[in-house]
Design a protein around this ligand. Structure first.
Ligand code: NIG
Ligand code: FE
Length: 426
């Protein structure tokens, strides 16, 4: 018998997403559903996945084991959100209203709003207040079924304030059930006070900030915003090469508002991910396919900015590019914590099948963070990170949009959300 201290029993659908990461092409919709599915875990590791009959034959529950009844519900892996700008101060609801009245993201930025506004507020904030604010956001994410989150700096834009943001992420990882993966985004924009000499800011990124942040182990990845008004592809390349030399993984904000060669750059450098891609060209798609770089799509941002251009998800999937989904959680372009809210947008705006959105927000998202062998699917040997949703089958997660269906969440084998409430206050 297999001994277990946690069991999830008799799901209408157990969506395992089992199989090798990343999931490509037609296989993206193959999410390995088991009807009357059960799962068992011992400490933080999954030890059994199967149907009710084999569960009864093979699993022995230890005294004090916790059992979650999943009948008439869907069990799926915890969501992995591979692109957030979590630790910031300075919401921008004013810009939201301005855009509704006709202003654009670019005109607002040119008038000192946009990223610069959040940079000013984040510089004013203490590390403690960034931690406190972000804890509430992480609680919200957990309540929506997210169990792993990438978190970028990029609103400090000086060594001191970038390190403050990244130290906040490190503390959050220590105190909150959600696992956090830190990314250095010092190349978000050239901060206003350095615009007279952008070369000097780039040199500081390459010669001072990246070496220091890498030496202190404050980031696992480095990201660059390649876009007009931010950095061009040649500047991005300098930053990313310096990061690669310090063993940081690479991510690129690419082709969000216009095609600037960010996808080709990500592919050429073997980046882990190229993110956004709303305006990616055919050459960009081909380059990503050849490189195995994951396309992290952020349809919540294009939706929120009312951008007519959508990432060509179907072309990317057909070309064999690994496709993942993320929130882009930030105060300017996608202020939602809920990756579960992005799945319906990905279906309706990108034409992704509900099953594809699940694989993209779990296994492929984990793969883009280098975690595809640990989380993102429900398989023996993987970490028991899962959620139980109050829907009769997985399609309802996209179909009946706008409501949080997540009732229970297990993180590393521990029940952290029960009946829609946190069991451990964050
Ligand atoms: O991913 N594109 C650049 N960065 C963010 C937006 C940041 C902001 O507007 O504060 C994004 O959309
Ligand atoms: Fe972003």
């Amino acid at each position: 018998m297999i001994e277990a201290d946690l069991a999830v029993v008799d799901a209408a659908e157990l969506v395992t997403v089992a199989g090798p990461a990343p999931r490509l092409g037609n296989d993206l919709r193959d999410v390995g559903i088991i009807r009357h599915g059960c799962l068992a875990a011992r400490q933080e590791t999954i030890v059994f996945v199967g149907d009710l009959r084999s569960f009864r034959r093979q699993v022995h529950l230890l005294p004090d084991a916790v059992t979650l009844d999943a009948s008439d519900r869907v069990v799926l892996p915890g969501f992995v959100d591979p692109h957030t700008h979590l630790p910031f101060a300075g919401w921008r609801a004013d810009e939201f209203v301005k855009r509704l009245r006709g202003a654009t993201y670019e005109t607002i930025a040119a008038q000192g709003g946009g990223i610069s506004a959040t940079v000013a507020a984040t510089r004013e904030a203490s590390e403690d207040s960034l931690v406190a604010e972000s804890l509430r956001r992480l609680d919200c994410m957990l309540l929506h079924g997210t169990t792993t989150v990438e978190a970028k700096s990029g609103y400090g834009l000086t060594l001191e304030h970038e390190m403050k943001q990244l130290r906040a992420v490190r503390r959050l990882d220590q105190v909150h059930p959600i696992d956090l993966i830190p990314t250095f985004l010092g190349a978000h924009i050239v901060p206003p006070e350095r615009r007279a000499d952008r070369g000097a800011y780039l040199r500081e990124l390459v010669e001072v900030m990246i070496p220091r942040i890498a030496a202190e182990g404050l980031a696992r990845f480095c990201d660059v915003f390649v876009e007009g008004g931010a950095f061009d592809a040649r500047e991005g390349e300098r930053v990313l090469e310096a990061a690669a030399a310090r063993n940081l993984g690479l991510r690129v904000h690419a082709e969000q508002r216009t095609a600037c060669g960010g996808a080709e750059l990500a592919a050429r450098l073997g980046a882990a991910s190229a993110d956004h891609l709303d305006h990616v060209t055919d050459d960009g798609v081909a380059a990503l396919a050849g490189a195995g770089t994951t396309a992290v799509l952020l349809p919540g941002a294009s939706y929120f900015l009312r951008d007519a251009g959508d990432a060509p998800a179907r072309r990317l999937i057909d070309a064999g590019v690994p496709v993942a989904l993320a929130t882009d959680f930030n105060p300017g372009t996608c202020p939602t914590e809920a990756l579960s809210a992005i799945l319906p947008i990905a279906s309706l705006r990108l034409g992704m099948d509900p099953a594809e959105t699940i694989a993209a927000a779990t296994l492929n998202a984990a793969h883009s963070l280098g975690l595809g062998d640990r989380v993102g699917s429900l398989e023996i040997g993987k970490v028991a990170d899962l959620q139980i949703a109050e829907v009769p089958d997985h399609r309802h997660l996209c179909y009946r949009f706008g409501v949080n269906r997540c009732r229970d969440v297990v993180k590393r084998g521990r029940v952290v959300v029960r009946d829609g409430r946190l069991t451990v206050p964050g």
